[in-house]
Design a protein around this ligand. Structure first.
Ligand code: ADP
Length: 479
């Protein structure tokens, strides 16, 4: 497997990429977009100031309004009217004087005229221009950029007025220099923060995982030391619990496997001993070559075959290799035919097998597999019915379903064992009253088959009272 990059580096690299992205954004906005954005802002400011002044051109408070807008928006405003058929600055007294930093008051009239003409020629009677002016002052020796906005309007008395607004947009250099230093600081702080955050997140997220991972290395042997000390988050806690459960399951499966080997060897040995014992006896003593003794050998050989078949079935089921061959069949018929096999127990061994079956119920199922299910329940009922030797097989139809119950009055199953009996290799007690193919796999095969059929099944049992195993199938047609 290709070695994957560790979580610590993943967190660090992701955070670093994030920080680089933020720094890049800061750089773009502060250095590349700052001037154009600032210029846009200034342009909209001069336009709105010009609009405000234009709207109040006839107002008695014009001077106040101009003064307010100049100071509030850091602009320079000049208004001309042509009532005296000449451009006369009526507000010289309030604007910055001709020697101030305001370019509007240092422009000659031909320039003013030129701007007004441009404005007149445009559709909306406005004209916007940016102009560089080199300033040599005690504090600065650089180019100052100015936005000059000219708006020509008509007055109520059919005269004309011109509003000119100007605002400086340089120098930005000092600001940019400050921002640059700031950006360096920010970058340094952010990178430091990334290191700290990476370490913190690593401790919070990855550390518990690596602790769990270390302990999980001994999981294949069914060992897992749950780590209780680390301060963890929910997912790690859940993983820990899952692994604890997995270790338990592995241990259980391991024990079950050992049990199975012990059981299977025991169960294989019993018939084999019988077969070889009887065989040798018949070999040594010609008188013992009786039909009965031969029958014992045949029976024991059948038992062996059954056991081996069960084991094969189980391994095929574990690999999901069993494919059902469902057909519509008469369940009542099937039960009756199968029950015939058990007459030998009633005749020879004093069993009472009661039958409460309906005449005919059609269901859809795999015939051979269903027979296997029923026979497993029956064999168990016989094996575990103890001295009572009483078994009731009933079949009832209700609510579109047919339910088959196999009831015995034997030793029963303890409540703590009930949930386990369907597990592979599980045996409640190892001392069977009768040993047939008691390897503890019969019910797990039954469960697999019934689940493949999507049939309902279950058991109710009480110690000393007996057990009732049941399964249900949807009825295709009731007779
Ligand atoms: P086995 O071959 O050992 O009978 P099964 O899988 O058929 O294995 O059954 C599992 C266990 O469930 C049995 O070992 C037995 O302890 C218990 N069991 C099954 N059927 C009955 C029953 N009718 N009465 C009491 N115990 C039963």
């Amino acid at each position: 497997m290709k070695k994957k990059i560790s979580l610590k580096y993943k967190i660090g690299v992701s955070l670093l990429v994030f920080v680089v992205f933020i720094l890049l954004m800061l750089f773009v906005f502060q250095f590349l977009l700052l001037e154009p954005m600032f210029e846009q802002y200034k342009i909209s400011t001069v336009k709105s100031v010009a609009d405000t002044v234009a709207q109040n051109i006839e107002s008695d408070d014009l001077n106040d309004i101009i003064f307010e807008n100049q100071t509030a928006y850091d602009t320079c405003i000049r208004v001309f009217t042509n009532t005296d058929s000449m451009y006369q600055p009526p507000n010289d007294q309030i604007g910055p004087g001709p020697n101030s930093g305001c370019i509007l008051y240092r422009m000659n009239y031909s320039k003013v005229d030129q701007y007004i003409t441009q404005a007149m020629m445009s559709d909306d009677h406005t004209y916007l221009v940016t102009e560089n002016e080199h300033m040599i002052m005690p504090t600065a020796n650089e180019d100052y950029r100015n936005i000059i906005y000219t708006k020509v309007i008509e007055t109520d008395d059919e005269g004309m007025a011109v509003v000119m607004v100007n605002s400086g947009i340089t120098p930005m250099n000092a600001t940019t220099r400050t921002l640059k230093t700031q950006l360096l600081f920010i970058a340094g702080i952010l990178i430091l923060a990334v290191l700290v955050l990476t370490y913190y997140l690593y401790r919070q997220i990855a550390k518990p995982l690596s602790v769990i991972n270390d302990s999980a290395k001994s999981l294949p042997e069914g060992k897992y030391e749950a780590d209780e000390t680390t301060n963890r988050y929910r997912e790690a806690e859940e993983l820990n619990e899952t692994l604890v459960q997995a270790a338990r399951d592995i241990q259980k499966a391991d024990h079950a496997k050992r049990d199975l080997i012990a059981n299977v060897s025991h169960d294989l040995r019993t018939p084999l001993t019988m077969i070889s014992g009887y065989g040798e006896m018949m070999q040594d003593l010609p008188d013992e070559k009786t039909d009965e003794n031969l029958q014992v050998i045949v029976d024991e050989a059948h038992r062996l075959t059954n056991l081996v078949n069960d084991l094969l079935d189980l391994s095929r089921m574990q690999e999901n290799k069993i494919v059902l061959k469902p057909e519509v069949l008469d369940l009542s018929d099937l039960l009756k035919t199968q029950l015939k096999k058990y007459e030998v127990y009633t005749i020879n061994e004093g069993y009472v097998i009661e039958q409460n079956l309906t005449d005919s119920v059609l269901i859809r199922a795999d015939r051979k597999r269903l027979e296997q299910v029923f026979n497993n329940f029956m064999t168990n009922a016989i094996n575990y019915s103890g001295d009572k030797k009483h078994i009731i097989v009933s079949e009832t139809v209700s609510g579109g379903k047919v339910r088959v119950e196999i009831r015995d009055f034997g030793e029963g199953i303890a409540p703590e064992d009930l949930k386990n009996i369907w597990d592979r290799y599980y045996k409640v007690d190892k001392q069977h009253v009768r040993v047939s193919n008691g390897s503890g796999i019969g019910l797990s095969i039954v469960r697999e088959i019934l689940e493949l059929h999507h049939a309902e099944y279950g058991v109710s049992s009480e110690l000393g009272e007996g057990s009732t195993f049941w399964f249900e199938f949807p009825v295709v047609k009731a007779g």
